[in-house]
Design a protein around this ligand. Sequence first.
Ligand code: ZN
Length: 282
Amino acid sequence: MAFRLGTKNDRAVLIANDGIYDLEKHGGGKFSSDPMEALGRHTELHAVASGLPASPDEKLDEGSLGICVPRPKKIFGIGLNYRAHAEESKMEIPPNPLVFAKFVNCLAAGNADVIVFGPTTDYEAELVVVMGAYARDIPEAEAWDHIAGLTCGQDVSERGTQFASKPPHFDLGKSYDTFGPIGPAVVSVDSFEDPANLALTCDLNGDRVQDTRTNDLIFDVPKLVSYISGICTLEPGDLIFTGTPSGVGFMTGTFLKPGDVLTTTIEGIGSITNHCVAKEGA
Ligand code: ZN
């Protein structure tokens, strides 16, 4: 049975029946409260999910959920991974995945505030892959077996920082605190009829600014897992932000400002909503 794994007060919770269930309490003595441990044992979560009682511990309030993957060892981002976005950026379609790092300090809960750190802070709605196993040199055909689930993310990016030097350097401009909200939960791969073809949208203050399907990725999820695992050993909880479609503010000059509301939605996963706030003292 499919599962949705989140956190509340840094404890792993399963989400079902419009409520939450503490994993340690419902895990039959086999699980601690640690969400990172649960991700490494995601194959056992299906049985726990199917054995949950009808009535949850408490009603689901998505605003109270924490970061669904709070302590990954590594976070990768992929640049220019949708054809239309590569074209709007007037950049060549890369011959291999363009991989950069986001540092873990950038992670935030699905509905956390995003701090606008500069005048060119931009949104990037993305499908985020959550690894569920150690993975080294994984062939594409086996990639999905190493994935715990999928979630929604925003690869928030300060363009000025990204292009501050030559050649451009993505890592720091995408790693300001709060620049990586993810959530609301890790949704297991078997939840989706086709995990490789999901509608993905981004709304800024109610206007649809990004709209795609994930089957339009240039380098799809199996290719990314295979490519990265050929270089770095992937570990349970490692995240891959798979790239953003066209429609980012960089192209129109519509950058984020305090007061903006950003909603990222992926079919079968749900939505995260982030309010943009000013940097303290700004
Ligand atoms: Zn991105």
